[in-house]
Design a binder for this molecule. Sequence first.
Ligand SMILES: NC(=O)c1ccc[n+]([C@@H]2O[C@H](COP(=O)([O-])OP(=O)(O)OC[C@H]3O[C@@H](n4cnc5c(N)ncnc54)[C@H](OP(=O)(O)O)[C@@H]3O)[C@@H](O)[C@H]2O)c1
Length: 447
Amino acid sequence: MQQPLTLGIAGLGTVGAGLLHLLDHHKDRLEQRAGRRLSVAGVSARETAKDRGVKLDGVRWFDDPVALAGDPGISVFVELIGGAEGVAKAAVEAALKAGKHVVTANKALLAEHGVALAQLAEKHGVALNFEAAVAGGIPVVKTLRESLSANEVRRVYGILNGTCNYILTTMEDEHRSFEEVLKEAQARGYAEADPTFDIDGFDTAHKLAILTSLAFGTKIAFDQIYVEGIRSISEADIEAAEDMGYRIKLLGVATSAESGVEVRVNPAMVPKDSAIAEVSGVTNAVAIDADYCGSLLLIGAGAGARPTASAVASDILDIARGGVMPPFLTQTGSLKPYKKAKLGAHQGAYYVRLSVYDRPGAMAAIAKRMGDREVSIESIVQRRPRSALPGIGARLKPGAPALVVMITHETREEAIRQAVAAIEKDGKVSERPQVIRIEKLDGDDRQ
Ligand SMILES: NC(=O)c1ccc[n+]([C@@H]2O[C@H](COP(=O)([O-])OP(=O)(O)OC[C@H]3O[C@@H](n4cnc5c(N)ncnc54)[C@H](OP(=O)(O)O)[C@@H]3O)[C@@H](O)[C@H]2O)c1
């Protein structure tokens, strides 16, 4: 047998403790597969006294993760602290500079500094593995980096945030408002006390930034991503989507377009009978369209101690077996600069919800604004919220704004945005119009 692989694990929270549990539970199995012993040589966290439910007897404790990263007693530094800056970044840099392999689950760190860290790893001939950083237990990094490495990827998209998917699914299933479901998700521990990062789409954007680089061979450009969250999604949108055969999902989408790569996070309508629409609750999904392989859809747990630990441990096994590959599939010197596609040129169908004042000529004026921008309407329906249906709740008051929902034929994004802005400016609507992209999926010929 070869020398044991010595691990330094920084961060003993959800993922760190999960990893220690897995390393202990599958000790023999892992060593058989690695062909060598895996030995935890040091750990680091903030509180020494905390009971983490895992065995730490005889393991060296480091108050400072940076000292652990540079310690001669370890050959792999496992960073499970989190955060794009501060101690996590300093420790990962220190480990790479000291010639240690690094395994991390830290999407924020990679989305902000991934290329610089990959350069350091290359320079020192060590691995930088991060399967757990995107969609937890779903093996999408390895799928792009290894299994699909001979393909040209055309699109990668998915449901990458369990909190948002839980909220949207519950709103639909239980006919409840965004605010109410968010509160419940916070109480159940599915959403943070400050949910901004999740519900405004930034967590999805971090993961999408990493996927985009892997899929298209471009430098990571987190700050170039168009990000829209789910705060504006109302019960009326969910109900209208359901009645029209769609479901609303927060998607991260990266598509190769003529003018560059279009990378966006936004709520999107997906056909109810599509596989991705079936992904409910906190579950995640990633779809990849590749030229030789065709379309793939991976569905699974995007977070949690066990799935995330599973991904981290598989990265450690790769290192134990001697595998070092370029972190972003190609050498960093060959990564192309990210060229942002013009979102205004995006072609697609759109859902538009308007609260129209009940005045003569209002609908004609709206139709004219759409026509002026050559937006053609596939369907237009005046709706009543379910709560206002007879027998369920109060009837709509005469003169109250009417809820009008339209589906457009395929059009340019800038055309629909201009038309909607003109309608708002005309003063025909009582609140900001809602516009939701309808995502075209493979095999969907409705558009
Ligand atoms: N949780 C998931 O399901 C999941 C899924 C995919 C990826 N990730 C990523 O995995 C990473 C860890 O997430 P987590 O959920 O396990 O976080 P967590 O439960 O909050 O754990 C963080 C750990 O880091 C330690 N820590 C914080 N600051 C430190 C410092 N200055 N020095 C030493 N240790 C420090 C904490 O110590 P104390 O315990 O002593 O406070 C804690 O053990 C993050 O990058 C996250 O994005 C998590």
